[in-house]
Design a protein around this ligand. Sequence first.
Ligand code: DGY
Length: 322
Amino acid sequence: MTIFAVTAPLPGRAPEMLAAAGDVRDAPGAGRLERAQLLALVEGVDVALTMLSVRVDDEFLDAAGTNLRGVCNVAVGFDNVDLAACARRGVVVTNTPGVLDDATADLAFALILAARRRLGEAERLVRAGKPWEWGMGFMVGHDLRGGRLGIVGLGGIGARVAARGLGFGMEIAYYGRRESPRAAELEATRLDLDELLATSDVVSLHTPLTPETRHLIGARELGLMKPTATLVNTARGAVVDEAALVEALREGQIAGAGLDVFEHEPDVHPGLFGLENVVLVPHIGSATVETRATMAELAARNAIAIARGEVPETPVPLPAVD
Ligand code: DGY
């Protein structure tokens, strides 16, 4: 009988799908597992369904042992998984692309609106019961219409953010390693990164975290942005040098930021807390009831396919090994 390990409770139909296909070993409780608990949970299992906060490395794979055939990440990102280590052991890796694009794009756009219109700051002011009065210069932000939305990474999520930007009357530019097939329908102009940063009113990050994209946006890049511009990150925290961002926001080098992800999650750079010009939310890009159920069900289908020796729907390409 196949044994599935599930590192956090799954919503939707995923639990019953897995239970119908094998024995399910559930995490003890809904919170983050201690490392020792995690390693004990995966011992001897055939397929592990992992969350993005779980580090899948040699230690994890050793603990799982030689039965392990698949790691099914319940996330589109898979920077938590050591792909080379999985490849060396013949362990298949899957993720959940596509199904969370709209939810994450909605959240990115919510952050764009919140940061451009100073919603966090405005809400804090009212909630604190501070005196205020309508005035021509009171809490003014920036229009979206007529501004340039610079998308870093015009993949599934980036393209949906761009489509929302078009609907708000923004002009779309993007940076990507190659021409995007989505560019024409989005009327998007491809620019190199420096030009995109220097000319955009809003820069929204949608690139996976890889060794090449770690600190893609650092002090130099922030220095290229307009003082009236906003940076939004719903991708991975470490794509941005968080200490450099704190400095840029503090010094008014850029107008503001909206962050769903952090460099050392769940820790947040303490310098961000005191800044009014940043909107902070706790990695909730895909956090809707519907999307989370769909993600869990896709991960469950992948896990069941691997258990049956079939090709899963959404495998992650693994590096070649000797
Ligand atoms: C993912 O799936 O990688 C997202 O970050 C989840 O919100």
